[in-house]
Design a protein around this ligand. Structure first.
Ligand SMILES: Cc1cc2nc3c(=O)[nH]c(=O)nc-3n(C[C@H](O)[C@H](O)[C@H](O)COP(=O)(O)OP(=O)(O)OC[C@H]3O[C@@H](n4cnc5c(N)ncnc54)[C@H](O)[C@@H]3O)c2cc1C
Length: 398
C-alpha cells in the first residue's frame, strides 16, 4: 500500500470541498483532495444560490430556521466567501455578476425565472421582467431545449435555428471555441436581421471562453447577449467546476481523481488516515485533519437504506427527519420533502456532533437541515461552510 502524508485531506470535489481546499492550500498547508468523481455542480445552472426566499439573500438567510447550518457561519465570513469566490472566478476567466445584497432573475429553459444571487457574466443580461423583446438562437437537433416553451410564456419573443453540424451541448460549445466556426456563425446571424432588444442562447457559447464569445457576438450584433442554462450536461455548471478545480490547483493543492474513500485508520479520538480504492493498488492518505465534503444523496455522501440513512466513510451519526414515511413525497421536487432535512448535524466549529473523533470537519450539502430546494441555498451554503470548515480546521492543526 502506498502512504502519503498531508496536513489536511478533503473528501469530495464539490463546491464545498474545492473551496475549503483552496483556502487551506493558499495558506501554505499541504492539502490533498480525494474524490470519487464529478460533483453536483456539473448538473447545476452554475448560478450561486445563497438564499432565494427573499429579495436580499443575506437578510433572507438570517431569517432561516435556527437549526439551519447557515447560522454556523458569521455574516462576515459569508460575505468573505462570496467576495473570495468572485475574485477567484475572475482570475480563472469566468467572472460572476451580482451581489449578496440582492437576488436577481435568470431566464430558465422553460421560460420561467430562477431566483439566484451570483450569476456567470454570460447570464448578466438576462431579462429581469417580461418586457424585453427577445430573439432566441437555437441549434438543429439540440436536445431538451425548446424555444416554444419560452415563447409560450413571453410576448415579443422569436427564434432562429442554426445548424452547427453537431447537436450536443458539449459539441456545440467546443465548436464555439473555434474562431472559424464563430466567424461563419456571425455571418449567418447578421443575415437573420434581428431587431429584438436582446439575443438569447442556450448555454453553449464555449467551454472556457464563454465570456469572450458572448462579448464578441454582442459587439458584432450591437445588442446584449445572454445564456439560458440548460438541463445537464450543463456547460455553466462544468465551467464552474473546472474553474474551482483550477483555482485549487493553482493554490498548490493536489487532487486524487477517481479514488473513492472506502476505509479509515484510527487511533483513540484521532483519524490517522483514509484509505481509497484506486486502480492497481489501495492507497492510504495520512493527515492531521480531514474535511468531509461528500454532498448529500446525489453527491454520494448520504445513502438511504430500507430503514435508515447512513454516512458511509466515518459512519457519523445522521440526523433522520422522522420515520421513513416522512422521507417520501410523490413529488420529489416538493419544497417540503422530508428528506431535505437529512444529514450531519455540526457544532459551531463545523465538527460533526456526536462523533467520537476530534479531527473531522464537515461542510456543504451533507449538513443536516439545509432544505436546499426549499431555501434556494445550494452552492452559496457550500461556499460559506467550506470557508468555515477550513478556518476551524486550521485553528485545530495550528
Ligand atoms: C440537479 C441539481 C441542480 C442544482 N442546481 C443548483 C444551482 O443551479 N445553484 C445552486 O446554488 N445549487 C444547485 N444545486 C445544489 C448544489 O449543487 C449543492 O447544494 C452543492 O453544490 C453541494 O456541494 P458539495 O460540495 O457539498 O457536494 P457535491 O457537489 O455533492 O460533491 C460531492 C463530492 O463528493 C464525492 N464523493 C462522494 N462520496 C465519496 C467517497 N466515498 N469518496 C470520495 N469522494 C466521494 C463526489 O464524487 C463529489 O465529487 C443543485 C443540485 C442538484 C442535484
Amino acid at each position: 500500500m502506498s502512504v502519503t502524508e498531508y496536513d489536511v485531506v478533503i473528501i469530495g470535489a464539490g463546491v464545498s470541498g474545492l473551496t475549503a481546499g483552496a483556502v487551506l492550500a493558499a495558506l501554505g498547508f499541504k492539502t490533498a483532495l480525494v474524490t470519487t468523481g464529478e460533483p453536483t455542480a456539473c448538473l447545476s445552472t452554475g448560478c450561486i444560490d445563497f438564499c432565494s426566499r427573499d429579495k436580499n439573500p443575506l437578510q433572507a438567510l438570517q431569517n432561516l430556521p435556527p437549526e439551519h447550518p447557515f447560522h454556523l457561519v458569521s455574516p462576515k465570513l459569508i460575505r468573505e466567501s462570496a467576495d473570495n469566490f468572485q475574485t477567484a472566478m475572475k482570475e480563472m476567466g469566468i467572472p460572476y455578476a451580482g451581489s449578496l445584497y440582492e437576488n436577481r432573475n435568470v431566464l430558465s429553459a422553460l421560460g420561467t425565472f430562477k431566483t439566484t444571487c451570483l450569476v456567470p457574466a454570460t447570464m448578466r443580461a438576462a431579462p429581469q421582467s417580461g418586457e424585453d423583446a427577445l430573439h432566441i438562437i437555437t441549434f438543429t437537433g439540440l436536445k431538451d431545449f425548446y424555444p416554444s416553451y419560452i415563447i409560450s410564456r413571453r410576448r415579443n419573443t422569436k427564434f432562429s435555428v442554426y445548424d452547427a453540424g453537431v447537436s450536443s451541448t458539449m459539441g456545440i460549445a467546443a465548436h464555439f471555441e473555434d474562431n472559424n466556426f464563430l466567424e461563419s456563425f456571425l455571418v449567418w446571424l447578421k443575415g437573420e436581421n434581428i431587431s429584438a432588444d436582446k439575443l438569447a442562447f442556450p448555454a453553449v457559447l464555449g467551454l472556457g471562453s464563454a465570456v469572450q464569445i458572448a462579448e464578441t457576438i454582442a459587439l458584432r450584433l450591437g445588442r446584449p447577449v445572454f445564456e439560458i442554462p440548460t438541463i445537464p450536461p450543463s456547460m455553466p455548471g462544468r465551467r464552474l467546476f473546472n474553474a474551482l478545480k483550477n483555482n485549487y490547483r493553482k493554490k498548490g493543492g493536489t487532487i486524487y481523481w477517481g479514488w473513492p474513500v472506502t476505509g479509515i485508520e484510527k487511533s483513540g479520538k484521532i483519524i490517522e488516515a483514509v484509505s481509497t480504492a484506486s486502480r492497481g493498488r489501495p492507497n492510504s492518505l495520512n493527515a492531521r485533519a480531514f474535511i468531509l465534503a461528500t454532498g448529500s444523496f446525489v453527491g454520494g455522501g448520504l445513502v438511504a437504506g430500507k430503514e435508515t440513512i447512513t454516512e458511509k466513510i466515518f459512519n457519523l451519526p445522521v440526523h433522520v427527519p422522522g420515520p421513513r414515511e416522512a422521507w417520501f413525497n410523490n413529488d420529489y421536487f416538493s419544497f417540503n420533502h422530508g428528506i431535505g432535512k437529512a444529514g450531519i448535524i455540526a457544532d459551531s466549529k463545523l465538527r460533526p456532533k456526536g462523533s467520537p473523533w476530534e479531527n473531522i470537519f464537515v461542510c456543504g450539502g451533507i449538513l443536516a437541515n439545509t432544505e436546499i430546494l426549499k431555501n434556494g441555498c445550494g452552492h452559496g451554503l457550500a461556499l460559506a461552510t467550506g470557508h468555515a470548515a477550513a478556518k476551524s480546521c486550521l485553528e485545530y492543526i495550528r
